[in-house]
Design a protein around this ligand. Structure first.
Ligand code: PGA
Length: 251
């Protein structure tokens, strides 16, 4: 029998937030202090410009932080990029890699995502490795095989340090207000769990598998209750303390 998995709720701010947004984190910290202790790990992944300041506010409130992407290299001539070590230096403990917006906007392949996950581990960060099918792939009945292939090629064969997190994010559900049915989420998360167990044995049983894509206060409790859903990767609803706190409370 493996130990129960502590759920993880991660907020992905994407390209949103300036100094003013730090007020939302203070607000969230106040809510957490006033209520019952959360039953999950809470992560906020702000833009890199806010990471250090946000980490300082979040830390005392028991909230950890993460980056939204990292380069595959540790340093060098890569104008505009940020390395995993830089994120760690700014206070991050996690980093999202392979988000569908990176895969689409920056043509990131599974092979690149895998190298980013390795770079994250080398910097002692936990990579949140994202996978998910497009709407056309789902309509064609290929969702399961697409995700299995992404898992095979994006997750390094070996992982060291603090482990990995996998986020299943159907591309068509991101920012659209649409979500898969609970049965579809359950089926995909079971598929992912089996893949992880086949490859990594008991360690695969302990990996947190997050659901992401239009998670919000009104659907969080239902989604988080599904077997093998060990938390959420939350975009839009993580920007306001009110909504994000409601999702944390739904765990
Ligand atoms: P959303 O984004 O919650 O706004 O749909 C989720 C994500 O892209 O991580």
């Amino acid at each position: 029998m493996t130990a129960p998995i502590t759920p993880l709720i991660a907020g992905n701010w994407k390209m949103n937030g300036t100094s003013v947004s730090l007020g939302e984190v203070r607000n969230l910290a106040d809510r957490l202090a006033a209520g019952t202790p959360p039953r999950c790990t809470i992560v906020i992944c702000p833009p890199a410009t806010l990471l250090e300041r946000l980490s300082e506010i979040a830390g005392p409130a028991g909230i950890v932080t993460g980056g939204q992407d990292c380069h595959t290299a540790t340093s060098g001539a890569h104008t505009g990029d940020v390395s995993a070590a830089m994120l760690a230096d700014a206070g991050a403990q996690y980093v999202i890699v392979g988000h569908s917006e990176r895969r689409t906007n920056h043509a990131e392949s599974d092979a690149t995502v895998r190298l980013k996950a390795l770079a994250a581990m080398a910097a002692d960060l936990i990579p949140i490795i994202c996978v998910g099918e497009t709407e056309a792939e789902r309509d064609a009945g290929e969702a399961g095989s697409v995700v299995v292939d992404q898992i095979a090629a994006s997750i390094p064969a070996e992982w060291t340090g603090k482990g990995i997190v996998v986020a299943y994010e159907p591309v068509w559900a991101i920012g659209t207000g649409r979500t898969p049915t609970s049965a579809d989420i359950a089926q995909m998360h079971l598929t992912i769990r089996r893949e992880l167990e086949t490859r990594f044995g008991e360690r695969g049983s302990a990996v947190r598998i997050l659901y992401g894509g239009s998670m919000k206060p009104s659907n969080a409790a239902e989604i988080l209750a599904i077997a093998n859903v060990n938390g959420g990767l939350v975009g839009g609803a993580s920007l306001l303390a009110n909504d994000f706190h409601a999702i944390i409370s739904a765990v």
